[in-house]
Design a binder for this molecule. Structure first.
Ligand code: 13P
Length: 251
């Protein structure tokens, strides 16, 4: 019922030229993928990647969007700019943005609402720190992040969004959540959505796992019926690794 979605978050890596080269290498390797294949390059690479993915099954995502249509917001990117380049998805609320760039639950909510109103699909990131996990309050923490992020969203809007559960301690550390840990947090997220809306809405929302997902652990994580894909950092920068994850998600 939920089509799996594997998205590469390239973070602050690759120049436009390198981005194009990666797409040229990647596109033949993922052309038979049964999952949705998304790449989210840095903003300045979007034009080059948009051209390079033309005629392929790769879909374009961005890493940020502002909540206003236009104006005096130095350094920010508008939804209209993204849409003109063929962007479909946009990552919002990544823990790196929350940690280093002052992103809050409130700005995550504003960005997500405006993205939806503009016709972009938000990939909303949530996830706990090691401290929160060790204190045993992970489910409550991610549930609160979800409640804040979805504030003011209609049922129809929520149905189409993507959520990425990314435990902060697993990002870039090589330490992956076990499939059971990921399953439990993702179940908590889904039941929070069911509480706010209803079960049928919750069953339509795609929830990815992210955090050191790679070609070796993807199959086990994706075997959990609740995990609808992955948000991939490091491994999305290597065509073979990313293609292997897409293949695992296509089974
Ligand atoms: P890594 O796959 O490098 O751990 O990054 C995960 C991530 O943050 C994706 O958004």
């Amino acid at each position: 019922m939920r089509k799996r979605i594997i998205a590469g978050n390239w973070k602050m890596n690759l120049t436009p030229k390198q981005a194009k080269e990666l797409i040229l290498e990647l596109s033949p390797k993922v052309k038979h993928a049964a999952c949705e294949v998304v790449v989210c390059p840095p903003a300045v690479d979007l034009q080059a990647v948009s051209e390079a993915i033309s005629g392929t099954n790769i879909v374009l995502g961005a890493q940020n969007v502002h909540w206003k249509e236009s104006g005096a917001y130095t350094g920010e990117i508008s939804a209209k700019m993204l849409l003109e380049l063929g962007v479909k998805y946009v990552i919002i609320g990544h823990s790196e943005r929350r940690q280093y760039f002052g992103e809050t639950d409130e700005t995550v909510n504003m960005r997500a609402l405006f993205a939806l109103e503009s016709g972009l699909v938000p990939i909303i990131c949530v996830g706990e720190s090691l401290e929160t996990r060790e204190s045993g309050t992970t489910n409550e923490f991610v549930s609160n992040q979800i409640k804040a992020a979805l504030k003011g969203m209609s049922k129809e809007q929520v149905k189409g969004i993507v959520i990425a559960y990314e435990p902060i301690w697993a990002i870039g550390t090589g330490k992956t959540a076990t499939s059971a840990e990921a399953y439990e947090a993702i179940s908590a997220i889904r039941s929070t959505i069911a509480d706010i809306y209803d079960e049928s809405v919750a069953n339509l929302v795609r929830i990815q796992y992210g955090g050191s997902m790679n070609s070796r652990n993807a199959s086990e994580l994706l075997a959990m019926e609740n995990i609808d894909g992955g948000l991939i950092g490091g491994a999305s920068l290597k065509a073979d690794d990313f293609a292997a994850i897409c293949a695992a998600a296509s089974k």
